[in-house]
Design a binder for this molecule. Sequence first.
Ligand SMILES: NC(=O)c1ccc[n+]([C@@H]2O[C@H](COP(=O)([O-])OP(=O)(O)OC[C@H]3O[C@@H](n4cnc5c(N)ncnc54)[C@H](OP(=O)(O)O)[C@@H]3O)[C@@H](O)[C@H]2O)c1
Length: 231
Amino acid sequence: MTEPDLRPLALVTGASRGIGAAVARALAPGFDVLLGGRDAGALQALADELPGSRPWPVELTDTAAVAEAVGGIERLDVLVHSAGVGLLGSVAETSAGTWRRQFDVNVVAVAELTRLLLPALRAARGRVVLINSGSGLVARPGWASYAASKFALRAFADALRAEEAPHGVRVTSVHPGRVDTDMQRGVVAHEGGAYKPDAYLRPESVAGAVLLAVTAPPDAELTELVLRPAP
Ligand SMILES: NC(=O)c1ccc[n+]([C@@H]2O[C@H](COP(=O)([O-])OP(=O)(O)OC[C@H]3O[C@@H](n4cnc5c(N)ncnc54)[C@H](OP(=O)(O)O)[C@@H]3O)[C@@H](O)[C@H]2O)c1
């Protein structure tokens, strides 16, 4: 339980931009927020905007750096995994290196950070939210390695949820469709289409789903949330 004189603590990866930055803004009124990412300037700018937040800069695939960065976190109320990469391509054109990078960032780094923070999450009976994707539910042509990483992330979340239930830790997978972020710009550039921000979800809408998951009352566990851009 959080002591009454302490604000609860959240760690948001991928907070330097996109969905993670929106999640940090949504959590900031109620939480002290550690802002994960690599772009130190962007993290500091967001920290200046959000009282109680501070940069938590780390390359998530560097296991030694991550182990050092989690030092001192003894109680964690909320962990939001938003950092990710979206490397697209057909099976025919996707190299082993791309498969490894996609899984390294989207799956292995998530598993390792979660593992290292489990004692702190258990201490707070905390919430873990994983920003998954529609691609964690359906795999489309040209999206094999990304979708496979997100299917794996969903499997990880499901196992984690069952394992950690006795410790009071709740786990939610959030599956957004297309969101207006830098990643989506890269996707649309790869597909060769026109960028249509009005046709995509806003990052703030995904952040709203995260807030719903972490503020759910004790009798309710939100296991999966699926968001689609409204037609
Ligand atoms: N955009 C969409 O349409 C969409 C749809 C469904 C799901 N998602 C998922 O939502 C999540 C966030 O996506 P987004 O659109 O917000 O992406 P984004 O705008 O490209 O931002 C990606 C974030 O991840 C961080 N990051 C990437 N690799 C990292 C690494 N190795 N170590 C540390 N941080 C790393 C980046 O940090 P730096 O910039 O500081 O390097 C950045 O903050 C991803 O998991 C993505 O798969 C996105």
